[in-house]
Design a protein around this ligand. Structure first.
Ligand code: GLU
Length: 503
């Protein structure tokens, strides 16, 4: 351990059976980092042989999510490469050929047991509290007998002939040697009755043919890892280095997140699906930083990593095999941090679609002026709508009641705003230098706090009680619009006052 690796060939091998979540993103990321760090290759292989679970939109979402994260592959179904095809559904014959090789060597066998028979077998095993393993009925059929039945068109699968005696020791990079008794390993199905190979065979064959040196995959595969090693050894192939990555737990740390829980997250503005995070206004730099640290650390204090930092610093030795709880508070923190690292032009560019989505007409020049006064407070890009939407609205939606200053009456508020208007009106432009001092003096004269006066002005000019710094806002909005908004606010207050005197 510890030495710099020679160029690796690694693969990310998702099954397009659903949405792309953080766990897949992280597996892809670690593979990518290792490839880029060592000058090796990162390969995308689509494992789509499970026709029943195939979701047509899943692959596009996957590709989009990975690209959005900044993960680009050197070989894959769309870009090709010397070891293709990279889509397992186009490799059916290859797997069959290798399954037959195992049969020829008596390391796999045809099994003709019907689903009904297997069901009855399992029920009996359950009743007797025995392990639920295939009972080996077809294991010792003669080759001729089996082949004759195959030729006669009898339905069959191909099973691996797991040794019954002894142990197998497999090596996981993070967990060391793992030894299991062979009799606890099933005669797993390698090829189903429809002729499609299952993961156990297909992935081992592909990893071999694609010259994969390191397999970084979810620790969900640990339980079948001994079978995989058996298959690889049965062929006499070189074993890649296996690294089983920790699983993600729900934020409470108690168990894995259920489908219902992950769907519900969106109500709190979070999601475990990468595509949703993009929509929610998270930036890929933050997602990458955050997921990189869910299961890996550089030291005990460095937290901020760009992709380039990660490529330089990532190391298999610092992976943590323990499950990692998803921490969205941390995620928000990272998003703010990375947002503040973007150049104003870049940030403006990324915020713009969110403003447009909110129905605002965006002026690019104005947006560039706004960025410096909102960037410190943005947690997501979408926050810009709330914080700065008023800059792009022709008409503000003001609740007149809010124009009443804190602890002030309607006429006191009106009086204060009219006086403020008189101060602002003759100024050439309205900003902190030209207006703030004068308004503070006014507040003193009126015997109110500057905060009370600024509160009224803030509502009048921005329409909201929380906004970026008031004078910077007025500067950007421009004198003409500021004055017309103050006039409008004065009108509202007058109407309220009239209403009160009439009542
Ligand atoms: N298709 C498998 C999955 O999505 C891939 C596991 C692996 O990386 O080998 O879980």
């Amino acid at each position: 351990m510890g030495d710099k690796l020679a160029p690796v060939r690694v693969r990310f091998a998702p099954s397009p059976t659903g949405r792309t979540h953080l766990g897949s993103g992280r597996t892809a990321l670690y593979n990518y980092l290792l490839a880029r760090q060592t000058g090796g290759q990162f390969i995308l292989r689509i494992e789509d042989t499970d026709v029943k679970r195939y979701v047509p939109e899943a692959e596009q979402e996957l590709v989009d999510s990975l690209h959005w994260l900044g993960l680009h592959w050197d070989e894959g179904p769309d870009v090709g490469g010397p070891y293709g095809p990279y889509r397992q559904s186009e490799r059916k014959e290859i797997y069959l050929e290798y399954a037959r090789k195992l049969i020829d060597q008596d390391k796999a066998y045809y099994c003709f047991c019907t689903p009904e028979r297997l069901k009855a077998m399992r029920a009996e095993q359950m009743r007797l509290k025995q392990p639920l393993l295939y009972d080996g009925t077809c294991r010792n059929l003669t080759q001729e007998d089996a082949l004759r039945r195959v030729r006669n068109g009898e339905a069959h699968v191909i099973r691996f002939k797991t040794p019954r005696e002894g142990n197998i020791t497999v090596h996981d990079y993070l967990r060391g040697d793992i030894t299991v008794e062979n009799r606890t390993i099933d005669d797993y199905i390698l090829v189903k009755s429809d002729g499609w190979a299952l993961y156990h065979l297909a992935a081992m064959v592909d990893d071999h043919l694609m010259k994969i040196t390191h397999v970084l995959r979810s620790s969900e595969w640990l339980s079948t890892f001994p079978l995989h090693a058996h298959i690889i050894r049965a062929f006499g192939w070189q074993e890649p280095t296996f690294v089983h990555l920790s699983v993600f737990l729900k934020p409470s740390g108690k168990g894995k997140m259920s489908k219902r829980e992950s769907d519900r997250l969106i109500q709190d503005g979070y999601s475990i699906f990468i595509k949703d995070l993009e929509q929610l206004g998270y930036i890929p730099e933050a997602v990458v930083n955050w997921i990189a640290l869910m299961g890996w650390s550089y030291d005990d204090h460095t937290e901020f990593f760009t992709m380039q930092d990660l490529i330089e610093k990532f190391s298999l030795d610092h992976l943590n095999p323990s499950p990692a709880a998803i921490n969205f508070t941390k995620f928000d923190y990272f998003n703010g941090l990375h947002i503040r690292h973007l150049s104003p032009v870049d940030l403006a560019h990324r915020v713009k679609p969110f403003l447009i989505r909110a129905g605002l007409k965006v002026d690019d020049e104005k947006l560039l002026l706004i960025i410096p006064i909102i960037r410190e407070r943005l947690v997501t890009l979408d926050d810009a709508v709330q914080m700065a939407g008023f800059f792009f609205r022709d008409e503000l939606q003001i609740n007149p009641q809010e124009l009443i200053g804190k602890n002030m009456s309607v006429s006191e508020s009106l009086n204060a705003l009219e006086a403020a208007y008189k101060i602002l009106q003759p100024l050439e432009c309205i900003n902190a230098q030209t207006a703030e001092e004068k308004l503070r003096i006014l507040a003193d004269e009126l015997n109110i706090k500057a905060g009370q006066l600024f509160g009224i002005l803030r509502i009048a000019v921005t329409g909201q009680s929380v906004s970026p710094p008031l004078f910077e806002c007025m500067d950007i909005i421009g004198k003409e619009t500021v004055l017309s908004r103050v006039e409008q606010a004065i009108k509202y207050l007058r109407e309220m006052e009239d209403g009160l005197t009439k009542a």
